[in-house]
Design a protein around this ligand. Structure first.
Ligand code: AMP
Ligand code: ZN
Length: 461
């Protein structure tokens, strides 16, 4: 089945059309200057859902993600200070130590949330030479110019600049702080390379002076290095739409002479207390803080799954408690099905699978996919066929359901009934019936251990 994703550029759902059945996929990664909160984690969860959708629908995946460890200013435009430098001063560490410390935590949180690891994870500082070459190509192709402060992208040369964010030439205010460089040609021009001030720690040689790359160029460079000149899907948080991704489109075009990305998609934010969950507002939770409160990563994942990525999701403890309860219920129902002895018609299983796949293929609709899972779990007699179906769904849902299946075994009601009949037969000294019922239980995969006073224990073989 084909995968359709809502393209923020054309504002329509668009079919992913990979070359050679392999989807080239890029997602903007974390800036590793501080803890990633559960809002950030929603972004990487969405990254994972799209990745799993691609795979579930039978495509191969080639997935790249950057780690921003240089050049991301305290505003997403070119103003303020480099976040890595601020963190290095705050914690009396080098920017490298800061990056490693926060990346390790972020990576572990991703693993806890069962977020699959992209094929290529690339810190910006590991590809400075590639970035310099990319910038040189932009200059050579007539889209970049040099000032005493570094290199800028000339937005007036790229006619589609502003299209993604839906802005016309006059409205383009991003990057508009002329005071940073009076040599800037247009207010919207953005920085590709920054000549370092004396106290700036991170610095590399370049043809334009000792300095460091702007934030936007790393994603174009890393995408180009690992995925080439055709990227099927590119995602990120909604706030990247009007600045960061606009700039990526311009850079890619300037280097390659054509559009590189087929489909741009954006996830809406996790909200808390009436606003976006964000560090600057102070109202944040990390995965670690939720674990301390007794919530598991899979309960949080189930919470994330309950909302479509294109809608803001409100975080409340009431909602998280509901997910906690739902996850316990899910486990209980799944274990009952695991030992269920009923047969479910093949066509019914196929219908569930078809419906589930259709919902995923239609813009990765996680709440509807979940509804199929609940329907199959709740509205069928206990059956291993349902159990196997749900484990198949879990390749997309990522709820680690194969792990919970090893937990305590529940004895099915049918078996308990036969065992009780056997007990009554024994009380009545009807040993012939008692033996027949023991054989019946055995055929169904259980054995009975007799205890004093006609008590017994049922064991799964
Ligand atoms: P950063 O580390 O700031 O570059 O952010 C990493 C990712 O988290 C980006 O894709 C952001 O768009 C995303 N993000 C930040 N805050 C939220 C939020 N409250 N909800 C969802 N995603 C967010
Ligand atoms: Zn990016």
């Amino acid at each position: 089945m084909e995968l359709k994703i809502f393209n923020s550029l054309t504002k329509q759902k668009q079919t992913v059309k990979p070359i050679n059945n392999t989807v080239n996929y890029y997602f903007c990664g974390p800036t590793v200057y501080w803890f990633q909160h559960i809002g950030n984690m929603r972004a990487f969860f969405v990254m994972d859902c799209v990745r799993r959708a691609v795979k579930y629908l039978g495509y191969n995946i080639n997935h790249a993600m950057n780690i921003t460890d240089v050049g991301h200013m305290t505003s997403d435009e070119d103003t303020g200070e480099d976040k890595m430098e601020v963190a290095a001063r705050r914690e009396h560490k080098s920017p490298e130590e800061i990056a490693k410390y926060y990346w390790d935590i972020c990576f572990n949180d991703m693993k806890d949330l069962n977020i699959e690891t992209p094929e290529h994870i690339c810190p910006a500082t590991s590809v400075i030479d590639d970035i310099i070459k990319f910038i040189q190509d932009i200059i050579d192709n007539g889209y970049g110019y040099i000032t005493k402060n570094g290199v800028y992208f000339d937005t007036s040369k790229f006619k589609d600049y502003g299209k993604l964010g839906g802005m016309n030439q006059n409205e383009k205010k991003f990057g508009a702080r002329i005071e940073i460089d009076e040599e800037k040609k247009n207010p919207a021009d953005f920085v590709l390379w920054v000549v370092a001030k004396d106290n700036h720690i991170q610095r590399w040689n370049s043809p334009w002076g000792v300095g460091y790359p702007g934030w936007h160029i790393e994603c174009s460079t890393i995408g180009n290095k690992f995925l080439g000149e055709h990227i099927d899907l590119h995602g990120g948080g909604i706030e990247h739409k009007t600045v960061h991704h606009e700039n990526e489109i311009a850079q890619n075009y300037a280097k390659c002479g054509h559009n590189v990305v087929d489909i741009w998609f954006h996830l809406e934010h996790l909200m808390f207390d009436g606003g976006k969950m964000s560090k600057s507002k102070g109202s944040i939770y990390t995965l670690a803080s939720l674990k301390e409160k007794g919530y598991s990563p899979m309960e949080l994942r189930l919470f994330y799954l309950s909302a479509h990525y294109s809608k803001p999701q409100n975080f409340t403890f009431e909602a998280l408690n509901n997910s906690k309860e739902s996850y316990a219920n899910l486990k209980r129902l799944l274990l009952k099905h695991k030992i269920g002895i009923n047969k479910i018609e093949k066509s019914k299983i196929e219908d569930y699978k078809k419906q589930f796949t259709e919902y995923i293929a239609d813009d990765v609709n996680t709440p509807l996919a979940l509804s199929v899972m609940w329907d199959a779990l709740k509205n069928n007699p206990d059956s291993i066929d349902i159990y196997n179906l749900i484990l198949d769904f879990d390749k997309f849902l990522g709820l680690k359901l194969n792990e919970i299946s090893d937990e305590k075994i529940i004895i099915p009601d049918e078996i308990i009934k036969i065992a009780e009949n056997r007990k009554n037969a024994r009380i009545n000294k009807d040993y012939k019936t008692s033996d027949l019922l023991r054989d019946e239980i055995s055929i169904l995969g259980y054995s009975i251990v007799d205890k004093p006073n006609n008590e017994y224990e049922i064991i799964k073989k």
